[in-house]
Design a protein around this ligand. Structure first.
Ligand SMILES: [Zn+2]
Ligand SMILES: [Zn+2]
Length: 403
């Protein structure tokens, strides 16, 4: 007779390991806080984290996909099987250090990975800690998760989890996809008074395109959280010369990736139409930055339940998945490739701004570190649960394929 896996005792091992490793995890957070490094330059953080994972028996592949501060650390159970991952971020921001709290993301991912590794000896499968640099978009590794996602990193991973510091607790929040649409209008200069009839005004075309883009809002899909924001980057050299060049740069965001792609095409159409009307040329560059988050309810429910069991004050997940998405993240691209769940841990009072010195400081307070420990346990318990109960991964995959 096959012995049934006692999930509760595996989760107990996870919790005990996190408590035991707490000094190491708090040290990661403090070290990163004191040594903030911007994206693609997180060499100190990278060295520290990979060393700790190696010391704990992980096989660490370094500098993956030609990104010097990216890594994949893995730990196998009793044989090959499903692969589940937790993602680490460790880049800071100019001026405000760890004002986005990525010091705690790093600590929690390392802790969750190590804690899970201690519990999976009898399980089939593998736990990975993936080091994803430059989430804030600086340097050649900017948006590293997009690079990894496009290169197939997540194609053979069955489930991904992570956390992010915030001012409240939640699991399963949406995120906006963001794409760029840049328009370069080219006309003909001419004396604005003496020979306007010989000019082709690129700024007029840009203005028309700018207004036409605004008019798209009237017909916006109401449940897709559309945001369009843009600037006039160039609009002429001198007021007595008809401008032969004008540049518009738009950011387009939505929680619905398909709709986002459709809207970017419509914004581009405004540029083409305006150019046609004004008789100038236009070059349009459309570029995807971060995809929207594809929510996976079976993954969200599982992670949420573990937070709940730990007594964390998490909002009901049904509420979180309905909440209005505010920001964009390269985790969105991961969620478009494989079942995933993200979570927020409350480290600072509501009203504390993101990307601020206050949030950075909160990450190393007693409360901030305690929240990180709770989050670490929830992530670790979830990794183990996914391997111990393959039916959850199966359900997550079915959900992923049908949404
Ligand atoms: Zn940020
Ligand atoms: Zn962040």
């Amino acid at each position: 007779m096959i012995a049934l896996v006692d999930l509760d005792s595996l989760k107990k091992t996870v919790k005990e390991t996190v408590d035991e490793k707490r000094p190491i995890l708090e040290d990661i957070a403090r070290y990163l806080y004191e040594n903030p490094e911007i994206g693609s330059e997180e060499f100190k953080a990278y060295a520290k984290i990979t060393k700790i994972l190696e010391d704990n028996g992980f096989n660490v592949e370094k500098g993956v996909y030609d990104m010097p501060t990216a890594f994949v650390a893995s730990y196998k159970g009793k044989s090959d099987g499903p692969r589940v991952a937790v993602l680490a971020e460790y880049d800071a921001l100019p001026g405000v250090g760890h004002g986005c709290g990525h010091d705690l993301i790093a600590a929690s991912a390392v802790g969750a990975g190590i804690a899970a590794s201690k519990a999976i000896g009898e399980l089939v499968g593998e736990v990975l800690v993936i080091g994803t640099p430059a989430e804030e978009g600086h340097g050649p590794s900017a948006g590293s998760k997009v690079i990894m996602a496009n290169k197939g990193m997540f194609d053979d991973i069955d489930g991904v989890v992570m956390l992010h510091p915030s001012t409240s607790w939640g699991v399963g929040n949406q995120a906006l996809g963001i794409s760029k649409c840049k328009m370069v209008f080219k006309g003909q200069t001419s004396h604005a008074a003496a020979s306007p009839h010989l000019g082709k005004n690129a700024l007029n075309a840009a203005t028309l395109a700018y207004m036409a883009t605004h008019m798209l809002r009237q017909e916006a899909k109401r449940d897709a959280n559309l945001v369009i924001h843009g600037i006039i980057e160039e609009g002429g050299e001198a007021m007595n010369i008809i401008p032969d060049r004008a540049v518009l740069d738009f950011g387009v965001r939505s929680s619905d990736q398909e709709y986002l792609d459709e809207m970017v095409d419509k914004v581009a159409r405004c540029g083409e139409g305006a150019a046609h009307a004004m008789g100038v040329e236009v070059e349009i560059e459309k570029k995807r930055f971060y995809a929207s988050k594809k929510l996976n309810y079976p993954m969200v429910r599982t992670l949420w339940q573990n937070y709940k069991d730990l007594g964390a004050p998490v909002k009901d997940w049904e509420e979180s998945v309905q909440a209005m998405p505010m920001a964009s993240t390269d985790y969105g691209d991961v969620s478009q490739k494989t079942p995933s769940a993200g979570s927020y841990i409350g480290i600072a009072p509501p009203g504390t701004p993101g990307h601020s010195l206050q949030l950075a400081q909160a990450s190393v307070t007693k409360e901030g570190l305690e929240a990180m420990i709770v989050g670490t346990k929830a992530l670790g318990m979830t990794l183990v649960e996914l391997l111990a109960k393959p039916e959850i991964l199966k359900e997550a995959k079915e959900y992923f394929d049908s949404h």
